[in-house]
Ligand binder design. Structure first.
Ligand code: PXP
Length: 247
């Protein structure tokens, strides 16, 4: 397959889930994740990412509707590969769907999708989203087996899970970074667009942003947390500056 040209610039997708987490703590309407998305757009985000979880612990169905129709930026809907989510995605037709594994008990998305081990389920699922004009990405661990499976499944995009790289330190972080670099190179070789995300912060973003074949980073928890101290606009501005400096 022809290799896509290296992406000229690195996009930032801002995940606004945890604005909804705070809202839901009191059950009212404030703070509104859609207002945060509008602010993120004004601060230079290239896209908005939101995860509609099976248990609706943060983003709600109504949020997805308002994000889809009230925000001009592309919406990246993260979701599990379930019949319920497929119906919702086909109804809202976001720009992109990122398929993630989901366990009810987990605090956040732990580990990547087992694309290699679920081909029978994922192939028709991806085909239906693609036929509706939705760009599908698979949130996977940075391994050759998962990247090759994504290509076989017909997903045009992979998002590499950076959680482990962010959690560890020292030599282990270096070896996790090397895994991300090798995976991003393989994705490009196979003609897949490569994204990355999970756990990224001001401290960890640079080396990932420097990987030349990565086209997009999706960042949420750290930015929303940092916004408490500096405001969302400043947090996004600093993240963008670190990404640009690393590139
Ligand atoms: N990408 C994917 C696929 C995710 O599931 C998440 C978490 O919802 C993120 C990126 C963002 O991770 P974080 O909130 O840790 O920045």
């Amino acid at each position: 397959m022809a290799q896509p040209p290296p992406p000229a610039s690195l996009r930032l997708g801002v995940n606004i889930d945890h604005v909804a987490t705070i809202r839901n703590a009191r059950g009212g309407a404030h703070p509104d994740p859609v207002r945060a998305a509008a602010l993120a757009a004004a601060a230079g985000a290239d896209g908005i990412t939101a995860h509609l979880r099976e248990d609706r612990r943060h983003i709600s169905d109504g949020d997805i509707d308002r994000l889809r129709h009230g925000i001009a930026l592309p919406l990246n809907l993260e979701m599990a590969a379930t019949p319920e989510m497929l119906e919702i995605a086909l109804r809202h037709r976001p720009h992109a769907c990122c398929l993630v594994p989901e366990k009810r008990e987990e605090r956040t998305t732990e580990g990547g999708l087992n694309a290699a081990g679920q081909q029978g389920v994922l192939k028709p699922f991806i085909a239906k989203l693609t036929a509706a004009g939705i760009r599908v990405s698979l949130f996977i661990e940075p391994t050759a087996a998962q990247i090759e499976a994504a290509r076989v499944l017909g997903a045009p995009v992979v998002e590499l899970h950076t959680g482990r790289y962010c959690e560890v330190a020292g030599d282990t972080r270096e070896s996790e970074l090397a895994r991300l670099q090798a995976a991003a190179a393989l994705a490009a070789e196979l003609g897949l667009e490569c994204h990355a995300g999970h756990g990224l912060s001001f401290e960890t973003v640079g080396p990932v942003a420097a990987i030349p074949t990565i086209a997009e980073l999706n960042i949420g928890h750290f930015l929303i947390g940092e916004a408490i101290f500096t405001g969302l606009e400043a947090a996004i501005g600093r993240m963008r500056a670190l990404m640009a400096a690393a590139r």
